[in-house]
Each structure stands twice: as C-alpha cells, then as structure tokens.
Unconditional design. Sequence first.
Length: 91
Amino acid sequence: AAAAAAPPRLILDLEALQHLDASEAGPLTRYAATIQAQRGDYNGKVLSIRQDDMRTLAVIYDESPTTLTERFISWGVLNPEAKGDVEVEET
Ligand code: C2E
Ligand code: C2E
Ligand code: C2E
C-alpha cells in the first residue's frame, strides 16, 4: 500500500557495511558510495536512501525488495524499522 502516511526511512549503517564480506556486500557498498559522492555526503556514519534505491538494489541482487530488505537487516546494515517498508511492485 502506498503513501498515506510517510513510510519509515531506509537508513544504511555505513560502518557495519565496511565490515561485511565484499563478495556479498560489494554491490551495496558501491551503490552507497555513489550516493555519497552524488550528495557530497562523506562524513556520515549513516546514509538515508530512497525507496526507489531499494527497488534498484533488488534488481542488482536479483531478489524481491522484501527479501533484500530482510537480508540487509540481517546483515546489520539497514535499520530494522525498514522491514515491510518498501512498496512491492512485482512486474
Ligand atoms: P536530484 O534527484 O535532481 O535532486 C536534486 C536535489 O534535490 C538534491 O541534491 C537534494 O538537495 C534535493 N532532494 C531531492 N530529493 C530529495 C529527498 O528525498 N530528500 C532530500 N533531503 N533532498 C532531496 P543532492 O542531495 O546534492 O543530490 C544531487 C543528485 O545526486 C540528485 O539530483 C540525484 O541525482 C543524486 N542523488 C543524491 N542522493 C540520491 C539517492 O539517495 N538516490 C539516488 N538514486 N540519487 C541520489
Ligand atoms: P533523522 O533523519 O532521524 O537523522 C538523525 C541523524 O542521523 C541526523 O542528525 C544525522 O546526523 C544523521 N543522518 C541521517 N541520515 C543521514 C545521511 O543521509 N547522511 C548523514 N551524513 N547523516 C545522516 P541531524 O543532521 O542533526 O538531523 C536531525 C533531524 O533533522 C533528522 O533526523 C531529520 O528528521 C531532520 N533533518 C535534518 N536534515 C534534514 C533534511 O535535509 N531533510 C529532512 N527532511 N529532514 C532533515
Ligand atoms: P525518499 O525518496 O524515499 O527518500 C528518503 C530519504 O532519503 C530522504 O528523506 C532523504 O533523507 C534521503 N534522500 C533521498 N534522495 C535524496 C537526495 O537527492 N539528496 C539527499 N541529500 N538526500 C536524499 P527526506 O528528505 O525526509 O524525504 C522524505 C520523502 O519526501 C522522500 O522519500 C521523497 O518521497 C519526498 N521528497 C523529499 N524531498 C523531495 C524532493 O526534492 N523531490 C521529490 N520528488 N520528493 C522529495
């Protein structure tokens, strides 16, 4: 369901991200680094990302947004409040 109330934010833990195995976390690490560069936001320990970015990451990881959100939470890189946050638009 979309957008009646503001959805909880998607917040990446950039420090936790650095400690993950690059073979799994590499695409997410590169994506987050790209957003930091675009914003000029290099000092944060966290990075708030767009809902759309989770959908893009789901394509990159070949997962549903729901599954990928749960995986990122289990890795400790995404705030648990994000669970169920991303609107699923299966195509
Ligand atoms: P843009 O999408 O054209 O956004 C231009 C500016 O509008 C942003 O500059 C920011 O000041 C503001 N803005 C747009 N959407 C939001 C929002 O949801 N929240 C806030 N707080 N501000 C918003 P900024 O931050 O310097 O970003 C420059 C460009 O870098 C953006 O141009 C976009 O192309 C890219 N970018 C930055 N952050 C993200 C991101 O999280 N995801 C994606 N996909 N692109 C991003
Ligand atoms: P919040 O969204 O809960 O963020 C809490 C703190 O986490 C922020 O404190 C900031 O230190 C950090 N933080 C969150 N997302 C990012 C990020 O993408 N990059 C970086 N570098 N740090 C991040 P801060 O800056 O004192 O902001 C306090 C509160 O003020 C925020 O709580 C938010 O509710 C609001 N706020 C601050 N800046 C913006 C903004 O550009 N747009 C909007 N919509 N709200 C903002
Ligand atoms: P959202 O697109 O899901 O973005 C969630 C959060 O990611 C934003 O919270 C902001 O912290 C960060 N973010 C996303 N894009 C950018 C960006 O280009 N630059 C920067 N610096 N941060 C970004 P925020 O700011 O509280 O915005 C909440 C929601 O409000 C956004 O959710 C979006 O739906 C809407 N929004 C805010 N500003 C803009 C804008 O300039 N243009 C549009 N189209 N929507 C915006």
